[in-house]
Design a protein around this ligand. Structure first.
Ligand SMILES: NC(=O)c1ccc[n+]([C@@H]2O[C@H](COP(=O)([O-])OP(=O)(O)OC[C@H]3O[C@@H](n4cnc5c(N)ncnc54)[C@H](OP(=O)(O)O)[C@@H]3O)[C@@H](O)[C@H]2O)c1
Length: 293
C-alpha cells in the first residue's frame, strides 16, 4: 500500500497552530486534503468523529487537542474527553477503515525530573506526568497504541509559529512594549517550529507503511535551551531594546506544574529524516514572517 496522492488527507483541528502549518505544507506541496475544525468536528464526540471520517482518506492527521495546560487542572474531564477518549475513538475508526493515523503528543508525558533526553518510549510508571494535561495526552497515546491502527504518535515540545498564540509572538510583542522582561531559566526543553514539525510529520507519513515506522516519534528543532535563552534570542531577532532577566519557576506560580527538564531524544528521528535544524535557525525563519501582532 502507498500513501500516494489519489486520496486526500483528513486534517483535524486544521485552524490550530499546528493545523495551519499542516494545511500550509499540503497546499505548498499540492497534496490534496480536507480540513475539519471545531465545533463542526468535535473530538469529544464519538458521533462527530464517525461522521467526519466518512469518506476515503489517505491518512488522518489529528492536530486537534485540549491544549490549555493550566485550564486542564480544573477541566480534567474535558481534557481527558478530548485528549484521551477522543483519540481512542479516532484510532478505532482508523483501524476499521485501515487508514493510518498521525497524532501529536507532548514532552509533558514525561515527569520532567530527568537529566538526559527522553527516548521515544512509554514513560516509566514510577514517573507519571507532572500535570493533568500530560496525563490526558499519555492516556491518548496509550489508547492509540492499543487500538491496532497503523499510527505515528509524534511527540513535540514548545511549539511556535508565525501565527497563533505562542511564546515567540508573546515575547516579541512584550519586548516591543516593555523595557525589561523576566523569563524562567530553570526549565529546559527543545523549541519546535510548527512548520518544521509539519514538514517532518508528512515526511514520516510518506513512509508509514514501511516496517518499523508505526509507533512513537519525537520531532522538535535541534538543540535545547531554557525559556530565558529562547526569549533572549527572540528579543535579539526582533531588534528590540528590551533587557531580559532570568528568574526561577517558583517566582511565577502557575496552576499546572511544569517539567524542569523536558528535552526529547531525537536520535530515531534523525536516523530516519536527517539532522533537525538548530532552534535558532528555525526561529530566525519564523521571525522573518511573523504575522502582525
Ligand atoms: N503548543 C505546544 O507548545 C505543544 C507542545 C507539545 C505538544 N503539542 C501538541 O501539538 C498538537 C497541536 O497543538 P497546537 O499548539 O497546534 O494546539 P492549538 O493551537 O490549541 O490547536 C488545537 C486545535 O484543536 C481544536 N480543538 C479544541 N478542542 C476541540 C474539540 N473538542 N474538538 C475538535 N477540535 C478541538 C482547537 O479549536 P479551538 O481553537 O476552536 O478551540 C484548535 O483548533 C496538540 O496535540 C498538542 O497537544 C503542542
Amino acid at each position: 500500500m502507498s500513501t500516494g496522492q489519489a486520496k486526500p488527507l483528513l486534517v483535524l483541528g486544521a485552524d490550530g497552530m499546528l493545523g495551519r502549518a499542516i494545511v500550509q505544507w499540503c497546499t505548498r506541496e499540492g497534496r490534496p486534503f480536507h480540513a475539519r475544525t471545531f465545533p463542526a468536528f468535535d473530538l469529544a464526540s464519538p458521533d462527530s468523529i464517525r461522521r467526519s471520517l466518512e469518506g476515503e482518506w489517505d491518512a488522518v492527521v489529528n492536530c486537534a487537542a485540549f491544549t490549555d495546560v493550566d485550564g486542564a487542572e480544573t477541566s480534567e474531564r474535558l481534557a481527558f474527553a478530548v485528549n484521551a477518549v477522543g483519540p481512542a475513538s479516532l484510532a478505532h475508526e482508523c483501524r476499521q477503515q485501515s487508514v493510518p493515523l498521525v497524532h501529536f503528543s507532548t514532552d509533558y508525558v514525561f515527569a520532567g525530573n530527568g537529566a538526559e533526553p527522553y527516548p521515544p518510549i512509554d514513560p516509566p510508571a514510577a514517573s507519571p506526568p507532572a500535570n493533568v494535561y500530560g496525563r490526558s495526552k499519555l492516556a491518548g497515546e496509550r489508547a492509540i497504541a492499543a487500538s491496532g491502527c497503523r499510527h505515528l504518535i509524534i511527540r513535540t515540545s514548545w511549539l511556535y509559529a508565525p501565527w497563533a498564540k505562542n511564546f515567540v509572538r508573546t515575547i516579541t510583542a512584550a519586548a516591543r512594549s516593555r523595557p525589561e522582561l523576566r523569563v524562567v531559566d530553570d526549565q529546559r526543553g527543545r523549541p519546535t517550529s510548527a512548520q518544521h514539525l509539519a514538514r517532518c510529520s508528512l515526511q514520516l507519513l510518506s513512509r508509514v507503511h514501511e516496517p518499523g515506522m508505526s509507533g512513537v516519534w519525537h520531532v522538535t528543532d535541534g538543540g535545547a535551551c531554557s525559556w530565558f535563552e529562547f526569549a533572549c534570542e527572540i528579543v535579539r531577532l526582533a531588534n528590540a531594546s528590551c533587557s531580559v532577566h532570568p528568574c526561577s519557576t517558583s517566582e511565577f506560580p502557575r496552576p499546572a506544574r511544569r517539567p524542569a527538564f523536558s528535552v526529547l531524544d531525537l536520535a530515531k528521528t534523525v536516523e530516519a529524516l536527517g539532522p533537525m535544524p538548530d532552534w535558532r535557525i528555525n526561529l530566525a525563519q519564523v521571525m522573518s514572517v511573523l504575522e502582525p501582532l
